[in-house]
Design a protein around this ligand. Structure first.
Ligand code: ADP
Ligand code: ZN
Ligand code: ZN
Length: 716
């Protein structure tokens, strides 16, 4: 039994290099393992820490060591402790920050099991009820009820605890506490429905490959490359069933729970209580219970967004990544992990199958994963026809052809989706007199008008202020509103088309702020006979609506204008995914794409539904430029309040970085964000491990007061 615990205290400080040794008192030695949680003295603080190693002795000598203060219930499975160690180095983060990703949800808050008191009649109690024991009428009624109903929760008995305790003291009843599961509302407990579909030939082939890989117990990774509506979910479901049959666990990653309730409910319907759902919108109690059900092996499938990749599932056999192109898989706080990359690593370690699916996969997945193809829609339907609408000569936001198509939809009582990837009323506000543009005081960006709230708001930092009545520079009351956002589009389309039999729905981040709102809007649109769903990219996620015959994309170039090497593939995916919502179920679909750049590759290929063609060209471009998967990217951003500090720090970092196998670009200034100046370095490397190690070393020592550094490996 080990006398020394090596502990990583959970602190956010970057400069500490743990783990630290603690002496275990005799009585703890048998129970403390790797993954155990301890409260340890650390300097003058007491911190929660995770045991990451055990040893017989310490280099410091046992007499100089401190002992843990206490143990904490719950622990982290050993494989997740190791996964956290890998994440810390893979993403240039710290062990403490990485470990906080894998902690049981209750560990920090002291949130415990919810229990209830249950009363059961004892043999003595039954005898007392039959014989002549002295009982008050009330006690007699109570015992009779237990005799008839079996164990009953104390809260349902309508007597005070004193009465129960007295009966317990006389040995007439037994009281026990049992834990109660706080089931998330969308988990319908117990329901299991068998698959009634007949798989298409290509679905069958894909399922057979997945089964073989799971049976082989060797790591494998496949890309399920299926057009929109080809029935990828059914393949995931059957692969999951196969993993369960081999007594192995399953993780299913979905982009965002609020936007993908259909996938979640199909898993729950098929597998019932075996499914646990983990996501940030659960209450703390629900999350605790779901996590424990997985930890104890009562649930063997975990469905959730990116953080579900850390689900405590033993003997993992399958990880599904649905809509693998979705950018929500990348975490935007330190550690800036990519759940797809973590999933690949975890599957590798566990000898599990990684099954990533998409109609518009990332070029890196297309190039590196073994492909299983589903070339046609499962219902036999055709993909919609896509028309490119040239806006160069158009006036106003809607081209005549688009307006006509919407009018026709209104007359025929059909359903449509209009995508405009910009929320708010208008993009920015300016003074007609002096030209002033209202900008964010904290960031170098314009404020966006939100009419319903009478506010102008920054979409980067959340700053908001009241809509000005006049210009504070020149006093003019003539203010101009530029551009079009979803809020105003909804207003205008409602005026033009709306009616009792033709409802309009809006879905964007402003609507979806409340829990469950996004799902509710999607459900209402799904159930409506006719109408239009207006929104940002949220409307183009994997929804399976029946009977949408018209899709419209306004300003398809908006995403193309981003100065980012992924701008084209994002635009392609957005258009192809929107087209994918159209023409399902009955009839043909039609999609109109309004653009100023009708010959851009992303738009031309999307109009032809040619993912493979687009990706092939995209990979050639990436190879020429040394971008992933032909090179590794690491982005370092320095930020500081004081002007010039961020740039100086980035220059200093550049001096420190000596990597033979990499090219370092920058420093380049970035726009000011949240009151901080920023500068960036971009590293293009051929040797990932060497570059990550060099960056880790370079950022380990401080770069001056007030300078913050963030490292992003595989930036998005
Ligand atoms: P994808 O995720 O590939 O876009 P889905 O999994 O949402 O597609 O499936 C699209 C629709 O086709 C769903 O309504 C699903 O129930 C149905 N479906 C899937 N497989 C079959 C099949 N073999 N036969 C008939 N319908 C199917
Ligand atoms: Zn002015
Ligand atoms: Zn701002």
């Amino acid at each position: 039994m080990a006398a020394i615990a090596q502990v990583e205290p959970l602190t956010s400080a970057r400069a500490l290099s743990g783990p630290f040794d603690y002496a275990l008192p005799e009585d703890l030695r048998a129970s403390v393992r790797i993954g155990s949680l301890l409260v340890v003295p650390f300097g003058r603080q007491e911190l929660l820490g995770v045991v990451v190693g055990l040893a017989e002795q310490s280099e410091l000598g046992a007499e100089r060591l401190r002992a843990p203060r206490s143990t904490v219930d719950g622990d982290v499975p050993r494989d997740l402790v190791e996964l956290a160690g890998w994440i810390a180095s893979e993403y240039c983060s710290t062990p403490a920050r990485a470990l906080s990703l894998v902690l049981p949800p209750a560990a920090r808050k002291g949130n415990r099991e919810l229990t209830r008191l249950v009363a059961t009649l004892t043999a003595a109690g039954a005898a007392a009820l039959g014989g002549g024991a002295r009982l008050t009428p009330r006690q007699r009624t109570l015992l009779a009820r237990l005799a008839q109903a079996g164990p009953v929760a104390a809260s349902a008995l309508q007597v005070d605890h004193g009465t129960l305790r007295r009966l317990e003291a006389r040995g007439l009843i037994a009281l026990s506490s049992e834990s109660v599961r706080r089931a998330p509302e969308h988990v319908s407990v117990g329901a299991t429905r068998e698959a009634a579909v007949t798989l298409s030939a290509s679905q069958q082939a894909a399922v057979a490959e997945a089964r073989a890989a799971i049976a082989a117990r060797a790591p494998a990774s496949f890309l399920l490359f299926g057009v929109t509506g080809s029935g990828k979910t059914e393949v995931y479901l059957q692969a999951a069933a196969s993993a369960l049959a081999h007594r192995r666990g399953v993780i299913v990653l979905v982009p965002e729970i609020g936007l993908t309730p259909q996938t979640v409910s199909r898993f729950v319907e098929r597998f019932g209580d075996t499914v646990a759902v983990l996501h940030s919108r659960l209450s703390a109690g629900e999350r605790h219970d779901e996590w424990q059900r997985l930890r104890r092996g009562e649930a063997r499938i975990c469905v959730g967004p990116r953080s579900a990749v850390f689900a405590p599932i033993a003997n993992l056999g399958l990880i599904v990544v649905d809509e693998e192109h979705d950018s929500s898989y990348k975490h935007e706080g330190d550690p800036r992990y990519d759940a797809r990359h973590v999933a690949a690593h975890r599957a590798e370690i566990a000898g599990a199958l990684l099954l990533a699916g998409s109609a518009t996969p990332r070029p890196e997945s297309f190039a590196t994963l073994r492909r299983l193809e589903l070339p046609a829609r499962a219902d036999g339907g055709r993909l919609p026809s896509v028309e490119i609408v040239d806006m160069r000569a158009a006036r106003g936001a809607l081209h005549e052809r688009t307006a006509e198509a919407l009018g026709e939809l209104r007359r025929s009582g059909g359903k449509g989706i209009v995508l405009l990837n910009r929320r708010g009323w208008s993009n920015f506000l300016s003074c007609r007199q002096c030209g002033k543009v209202w900008g964010c005081p904290e960031c170098d960006v314009a404020l966006v008008l939100h009419q319903a709230e009478h506010a102008i708001a920054c979409h980067h930092c959340g700053h908001r202020e009241r809509v000005p009545e006049r210009c504070e520079d020149c006093g003019s009351a003539a203010l101009a509103r530029h551009g079009l956002g979803t809020e105003r589009l909804e207003h205008e389309l409602t005026r033009a088309l709306g009616g009792a039999d033709f409802p309009l729905f809006r879905l964007d981040a402003d609507v979806a702020t409340l829990k469950g709102r996004a799902a509710a809007v999607l459900a209402r649109f799904d159930q409506a006979e006719a109408g239009v769903l207006i929104g940002t990219q949220m409307v183009a996620k994997g929804h399976d609506f029946e009977g949408v015959s018209l899709g419209v994309v306004l300003d398809a170039d908006a995403t193309l204008r981003f100065p980012d090497f992924r701008a084209e593939e994002r635009t392609f995916a957005l258009l192809a995914q929107l087209a994918g919502r159209t023409g399902r179920g009955r009839g043909d679909g039609r999609v109109l794409v309004q653009t100023l750049a009708g010959d851009a590759r992303a738009i031309v290929y999307a109009a032809r539904h040619d993912s493979a063609g687009f990706l092939t060209g995209e990979l050639e471009r990436r190879r020429a430029l040394g971008y992933p998967p032909y090179g590794e990217l690491i982005r370092i951003v320095c930020s500081a309040q004081a002007a010039g500090s961020a740039m100086r720090a980035a220059c200093e970092l550049r001096q420190r970085l000596v990597i033979d196998t990499a090219q370092i670009l920058g420093p380049a200034p970035l726009f000011r964000l949240r009151g901080r100046d920023r500068a960036q370095l971009l590293i293009k490397a051929s040797d990932r491990a060497a570059a990550v190690a060099a960056v880790g070393a370079a950022v380990a020592s401080p770069l001056g007061r007030d300078v913050a550094v963030s490292v992003d490996v595989d930036p998005q």
